[in-house]
Design a protein around this ligand. Sequence first.
Ligand SMILES: O=C(O)CCC(=O)C(=O)O
Ligand SMILES: [Fe+2]
Length: 200
Amino acid sequence: MYGTDLNPLYEEIISGLINENFAVFDGFFDENMLEALTSRLEYHLEEERLRTAGIGNKELVSIDKQIRSDKILWLKDHPEHPVEKEFMDGVAAFSEYMNRTCFAGIQGGEFHYACYEEGAFYKRHIDRFMNDNSRKYSIITYLNKDWQPEDGGELVLYLEDRTLLLRPEFGKTILFKSDLIEHEVLPAKRRRLSITGWLK
Ligand SMILES: O=C(O)CCC(=O)C(=O)O
Ligand SMILES: [Fe+2]
């Protein structure tokens, strides 16, 4: 029946968002798709398409290497590949579910690939701009095979009652409320790849 099926993974994510403003999970995207996204990102890197990321929104971008030192490529800034369309479709299906079951009011999103080269980091911040509060949820999926504890690059979530360190392991996805969760990326000790987006 249209509109009434429950999706167990989505339900788990939504419980996390309701109870703790974040959720960490595997299996949002299947293995083939994760492999294809990784190859695509590696190809973009070889073609030198990623650029030093800025801080602030389009009008107010300043590049401050003291705060972040990753490189990014916005998905909208290059011709879409079928796996990128599949990625967007997956995120759109979740957004529709959130809208239908939680009245989340998500109207779209923006997405980029990110690469933290050895030594790169992103200091403690929240994912909202001073002059634009449209970002509702942040979503990050990691594309790093065999990430080891000594590889660093953890995402730190600064929660009210504790601090959580998350390793950027292949296929792991984090979703959190963009306006509430302060977070940081610790220096990576090897190249750290991800695809990141904001539901708006
Ligand atoms: O890659 C991560 O773990 C987080 C990235 C991040 O905080 C951002 O791009 O705003
Ligand atoms: Fe962030």
